[in-house]
Design a protein around this ligand. Sequence first.
Ligand code: NAD
Length: 484
Amino acid sequence: MKFQPKASHFINGEYVEDTNGAPIDVIYPATGEVIARLHSATPEIVNQALNSAKSAQAEWAAMSGTERGRVLRRAADIMRERNHDLSVLETHDTGKPLQETLVADATSGADALEYFGGLAASLTGEHIPLGGGDFVYTIREALGVCVGIGAWNYPTQIACWKGAPALACGNTMIFKPSETTPLSALKVAEILVEAGAPKGVYNVVQGYGDVGASLVTDPRVAKVSLTGSVPTGRKVYAAAAADMKHVTMELGGKSPMIVFDDADIENAVSGAILGNFYSSGQVCSNGTRVFVQKGIKEQFLARLSQRLATAKIGDPLDEEVNFGPMVSKNQMNIALGYIEKGKAEGARLVYGGERIDGDGFYMQPTVFADVTDDMTIAREEIFGPVMSVLDFDTEEEVMARANDTEFGLAAGVFTKDVMRAHRIVAGFEAGTCYINTYNLAPVEAPFGGSKMSGVGRENSKLAINHFSEMKTVYVSMNDVEAPY
Ligand code: NAD
């Protein structure tokens, strides 16, 4: 098997195996070939990982922020040096084209390690002067053992977006990758050890949902950060709430992208392409409800179809290819099922709509026009390359329709009218908004969702608040006055 790791799990600085766990076959989505066989963690493995993270935590937190930061920044450098190999692995794990993985996966993970490595030394509390010479100081403390649970679309990135801020704050982590894409998180763990992370600081255990669930409910765990769907988020949030654990929830979306008739059409089409078809549409923040003002609708659709016809669909290892297979047969079938629903409910198929023959899980980028707000394809997250184009007349109307969803992950607007752009963004019920662009997520900026799309934020200085807590220390410089 081409990409068989040394063992399934990475605990206490080493690869660990337990073949009693249920098998996890890793399938290369471009060919359907099994490239590795791993095993889901048994309760013994989960226990070993928890013990390892628990016993490493105090020592890691006691190191200076500068020392912890140095480890993370070294890991970032190693990831960048190995970007090509890591990208080839990520392409095999996910099916995403190498053209994408070379610039959006290990590099994005390295950005997070570098950014939070840089912040680690500056994580402090504050001094708060009070009357009569009394004062308070606050101490920023690590939470303890953090659990990260990942989705399958950006495995390396998710492993680092959770691990880097957690470790910067002095926590240790157990990361459970998605069972669909288990390989690259092991590389992140290896690299962190190579960069000097003490044993047990970053552990990886494989498994299905039950392994995730057993981590969430363990009393040794202080915090859970999940990237996944809303139904899983509901379960994980509820389980964590029983013990008042901290949570970050990065969940699904059905985000609106609004194109006004004064927009630069080429840019709007580019935004719609990036926001619907990058990673074959398997991006949580995708702007899958594209509201186009009636005056430019046909022009927009014509240009979109012309440009989609130039997409290079094929072998994801060919760097010319920019549209790869879906991550799994199951995910492809889900997306194809939505296409059937779109047709049955009366949407007009203007591009694609078909599976592409072969062993790989390929389907065409697909565009529906004349979609109405009540259609299933306009309401539910598809997580595949299916764009819905909806018409609108006025700003007021489109604002209300854009927000009429349980989700609130992202939202975008294309217009040359600056005042309108800011007005629209102020009205969006979404955590991450875009003006005249779409789907960028630099580590310097907070990323996350409102409403059912999530709780908390990843990236930026805000992530620090989600991986640490403040201890308040009141210091009296006076005698204690008691009433009797
Ligand atoms: P999923 O919800 O099926 O699984 C996510 C992870 O949760 C997996 O590792 C899975 O094993 C684990 N899991 C499942 N049940 C669990 C339980 N009861 N307790 C603990 N863990 C459990 O999601 P997916 O299909 O892997 O990923 C796609 C979803 O992720 C989409 O909805 C997408 O929008 C979302 N997503 C969100 C973001 C974001 O940043 N907001 C990013 C990427 C993906």
